[in-house]
Design a protein around this ligand. Structure first.
Ligand code: DP6
Length: 321
């Protein structure tokens, strides 16, 4: 019996992943680019060689679907594995409006591989995390990370690649929490609906590579206006694809739109702030560290809570013996 523990951070997409070209392998239809966040994290401990398989999430047995996905990830790591105990705790409330599946599957693959004594390269761990939840493949690194589309049929070249470390640029994500309720349609089902029914889906897929190239270039040049502009384009193109799905996927609430107007007003007032939203109503605003308090003040009348988050570092892993 060996135990290992890993700690990983969530990430927010600057250029979005929406759509799969292969559902079985969880291969994306578009490349994407993200920023890993500090402060919030998932801590996962894996006991390799327990009495029976068991998945515990925030102190209670995980629901059947979560447990199935977690155990399937362990099976992919080792078909002949022993029974395992997986214990996961999120440092952030699930109502924080940040995807916990990204930090969750990143911490899981790191802890499981270490407990199994399997010294896999981080790219291979990223591939394993991707099969659990796509966006998780980006949380294997801190800072700015690109998820490569890849072109191999088996998906072994579709994984995260670090673009720049957390200390590359003093930016912030100001997260306006409009609602902490669970989203009505999950990402996996929503993406499938968009692929099948949105007349904008093909165009969304065609635009992906150039959006990521522009985003990567803006990150490397530390050009906030260029990055903010491409981030908003990617966000609104993704939501246009969602809105034109049948039936429409409308993740926004009135507070979401109020925040979008507040961000535009900030820009008219000379503050560099750009908005992004995922498959939910919360608004995340990219700005410089020096503007974060002003951005938070502008969002706060429209939201339940505001969190100011900095770029976060690499995940960590430790064998406990
Ligand atoms: C809108 O990674 O949650 O947040 O691969 O089906 O588990 P699955 O989806 P998931 O999708 C995230 C979609 C997004 C955009 C993004 O993070 O790139």
């Amino acid at each position: 019996m060996v135990r290992a523990v890993a700690v990983a951070h969530p990430n927010i997409a600057l250029v979005k992943y929406w759509g799969k070209r292969d559902t079985a392998l969880n291969l994306p239809a578009v490349p994407s680019l993200s920023l890993t966040l500090s402060r919030f994290h998932t801590r996962t401990e894996v006991t390799w060689g327990a009495e029976a398989d068991r998945v515990v999430f925030n102190g209670a047995d995980a629901d059947t679907e979560t447990a199935r996905k977690v155990l399937a990830t362990l099976d992919r790591l080792d078909r002949a594995r022993p029974p395992c105990l997986v214990e996961t705790v999120n440092s952030f409330p699930s109502a924080a409006g940040l995807a916990s599946s990204a930090s969750g599957f990143a911490a899981l693959v790191l802890a499981a591989a270490a407990a199994a004594g399997n010294d896999l390269p981080r790219e291979q761990l990223s591939v394993l995390a991707r099969q659990g939840s796509g966006s998780a493949c980006r949380s294997l690194w801190g800072g700015f990370v690109e998820w490569k589309l890849g072109d191999r049929a088996d998906g072994t070249d579709s994984h995260g690649v670090p673009v720049a470390p957390a200390d590359h640029w003093d930016v912030r994500m100001v997260v306006g929490i409009v609602s902490g309720n669970k989203k009505p349609v999950g990402s996996t089902d929503g993406m499938d609906r968009s692929r099948r029914t949105s007349p904008y889906y093909d165009r969304w897929v065609r635009l992906g590579p150039e959006r990521v190239a522009a985003g990567r270039d803006a990150v490397l040049r530390r050009d906030l206006e260029a990055l903010g502009t491409v981030m908003e384009s990617s966000t609104f193109e993704m939501h246009a694809t969602m809105h034109t799905s049948v039936p429409p996927l409308i993740y926004w609430l009135p507070g979401t739109v109020a925040c979008l107007h507040a961000v535009q007003a900030l820009r008219r007032g000379g503050i560099g702030a750009w908005a992004t939203m995922d498959a939910g109503p919360n608004v995340k605003v990219l700005c410089l560290g020096s503007d974060a308090e002003s951005v938070a003040a502008a969002l706060s009348p429209h939201v339940d809570r505001v969190e100011i988050l900095s770029p976060g570092g690499d995940p960590t892993v430790e064998v406990l013996g």
